[in-house]
Design a protein around this ligand. Structure first.
Ligand code: SAH
Length: 252
């Protein structure tokens, strides 16, 4: 009887290869098959051995190279054939990565599944931009939501953003106008500070700040592209507050 392979669902972190876990790096370096998203950086893929078969299942909002059920089927087929399959996903596999579905299908096929956490974009971006997602003086709640078009207006975000709260929006660049509208309709002040963090932890990272009312303007004028996160809350302006206070103190 042939041995059955294992499916490793591995988080690749937000981009900087140094943010890979040791477990992830080890698994990539001995993978038989490596199935990866578009978000996984080349430096990380370069850790795979020359013998590994690399399969890209890159997706974009407009273009789905491989539908999710076919990705699941590919993972199951390869692992059932006895190969150790590393499914490398941007950030953490269980945060907006459809890792849950891949794990379910693999378990249903009788495969062994191991999940390796990764640094999610919210954590990577917050660290790189020095925005504390929680702060004793500014926020004691943090929420992660998905901002893509589908079902956006049906999602109930009430209470997730506001004073004392931080809201991190994944996949919200294209819908930024609707997002700002939705949050203000829920009662959020137009001058609530926000930050847009594009390409977090990568050399080309940009951090753009402003009030909620200017969100769409910032995204359009600065031509913000995916991958980017939108962070809503007072924590995004802490740095400004500290600088303003220091300037006031210096002037006094
Ligand atoms: N599983 C991933 C999220 C996948 S959804 C994670 O845990 O991070 C894809 C979305 O993640 C992108 O649209 C973007 O909003 C966000 N994202 C991923 N990498 C990012 C990066 N380096 N900088 C900013 N946002 C990023």
């Amino acid at each position: 009887m042939t041995k059955t392979g294992t499916l490793y669902l591995v988080g690749a972190g937000p981009g900087d290869p140094d943010l890979l876990t040791l477990r992830a790096a080890r698994l990539v370096s001995r993978a038989d098959v490596l199935v990866h998203d578009g978000l996984v950086s080349q430096e990380i893929l370069d850790l795979a051995p020359p013998s590994a078969r690399l399969v890209s299942v890159a997706k974009s909002r407009a273009r789905h190279t491989l539908p999710q059920d076919q990705i699941n089927a590919l993972l199951v087929r390869e692992a059932l054939a006895g190969r150790d399959v590393v499914r490398l996903k941007g950030g953490d596999p269980f945060v907006f990565g459809r890792g849950g579905e891949e794990a379910e299908d693999a378990r249903a096929a009788g495969l062994r599944v191991e999940v390796v956490p990764g640094i999610s974009a919210a954590n990577g971006a917050a660290a790189a931009a020095q925005i504390a997602l929680t702060h004793r003086d500014a926020a004691s709640i943090v929420s992660f939501v998905a901002g893509q078009c589908k079902g956006l207006s049906d999602q109930d975000w009430s209470g997730l953003a506001g004073v004392g709260r931080t809201l991190v929006i994944y996949m919200g660049v294209k819908t930024s106008a609707k997002i700002a509208e939705k949050l203000m309709a829920d009662g959020l002040a137009p001058d609530m500070p926000i930050a847009v963090i594009e390409n977090a932890t990568r050399p080309e990272m940009r951090v753009l700040r402003g009030p909620l009312a200017a969100l769409e303007d910032i995204v359009t004028r600065q031509n913000v592209k995916s991958p980017a996160l939108i962070v809503i809350g007072e924590v995004t302006a802490r740095e400004d507050l500290v600088l303003a206070r220091t300037a006031l103190e210096a002037a006094a």
